[in-house]
Design a protein around this ligand. Structure first.
Ligand SMILES: [Zn+2]
Length: 309
């Protein structure tokens, strides 16, 4: 049995067909982990959908009403870049419930991963860039409202800057937001995170890992988080269709291991959400995410053994 619970629901899959956003990846990751023996059925927990009360901790009442009633304007719907449907709303409410459950399990067990979510472009009053509601922010706000935590850090390694995260937590000294991303890529403009690392096009493994390590060092030493939310984008991969960085599969695995190592050494409970991944071959995206889960497993096992740094 895995040392961390994996949060997953079959209805995360939106069946979008040939859309560049591969919503089937959630199911494919789940199936791959089971098929290769990395996980067993009992390692997975199915979330309940977030409640509207949860969602309203982050999003405006007006936006939530429009989503539920299907009354977004044509422009608002176009900005989402995924087709509006009842199934979409059901899936993103479930993904938000999944990130809430991942946060709860991380606080209880030390580690947990939502095999979904990471919708870091969603803002309080609108969605954009495949992101309808901000599951990670909703989970953090839920944990704070429940008095389970005060301070959280979001480490976002998706190739695109976490503009929704930056907007939602702007000026909030209890939530440290770190985003490492390609500078010349969506979104424009980029509202300031607590720490933004703007990378030039074509950045490869060694440069990426060196700069990430320096910033993780400062973030974890300057701020004593009670929860890490890792937004583990697969799209810094060199074969990504929407990214312009040049990380290898091995570099991405080393990136994940580095983030988990910081969390482990600082004793910070870690919840994970997936975010983007648009490799030319969907199986590459699936492999990157599945490898990330195995890195989390290894970190959790090391933490359980109490191995020194
Ligand atoms: Zn992305």
């Amino acid at each position: 049995m895995l040392p961390l619970k994996l949060i997953y629901h079959d209805l995360y899959d939106l069946h979008l067909g040939s859309h560049v956003f591969p919503s089937q990846k959630y199911r494919l990751i789940h199936d791959r982990l089971l098929a290769d023996g990395s996980a067993a059925p009992e390692d997975f927990l199915a979330p309940e959908p977030a409640t509207d009360e949860d969602v309203l901790l982050v999003h405006t009442a007006d936006y939530v009403r429009k989503l539920k009633k299907g009354t977004l304007s044509r422009e608002e719907e176009a900005k989402l870049e995924v087709p509006y449907s009842k199934e979409l709303i059901r899936a993103v409410w479930l993904a938000a419930g999944g990130s809430i459950l991942a946060a709860r399990r991380a606080l209880a067990d030390g580690w947990s991963a939502n095999i979904g979510g990471g919708f870091h472009h969603a803002c309080p009053d609108h969605g954009e860039g495949f992101c309808v509601i901000h599951d990670v922010a909703i989970a953090i706000r839920r944990m704070q409202a429940d008095k389970a935590i005060e301070r959280a850090i979001v480490v976002d390694t998706d190739v695109h800057q976490g503009n929704g995260t930056a907007e939602i937590f702007r000026g909030d000294s209890n939530v440290f937001t770190l985003s490492i991303h390609q500078e010349r890529n969506y979104p424009h403009p980029k509202p300031p995170s607590t720490m933004d690392i703007n990378l030039p096009d074509g950045t490869g493994d060694d440069d990426y890992l060196a700069i990430l390590e320096t910033h993780l060092h400062h973030a974890f030493n300057d701020f004593a988080p009670q929860l890490l939310f890792y937004v583990a984008g697969a799209d810094p991969y060199r074969e990504d269709q929407l990214g312009g960085l040049a990380l290898s599969m091995n570099g991405l695995a080393r990136r994940d291991a580095m983030v988990f190592d910081y969390a482990r050494r600082h004793g910070v409970p870690t919840a994970i959400a997936l975010a983007g991944g648009y490799a030319r071959r969907v199986e590459d995206t699936v492999k990157i995410h599945a490898t990330m889960i195995l890195e989390a497993r290894d970190a959790a096992l090391r933490a359980a053994k109490g191995k020194p740094a």
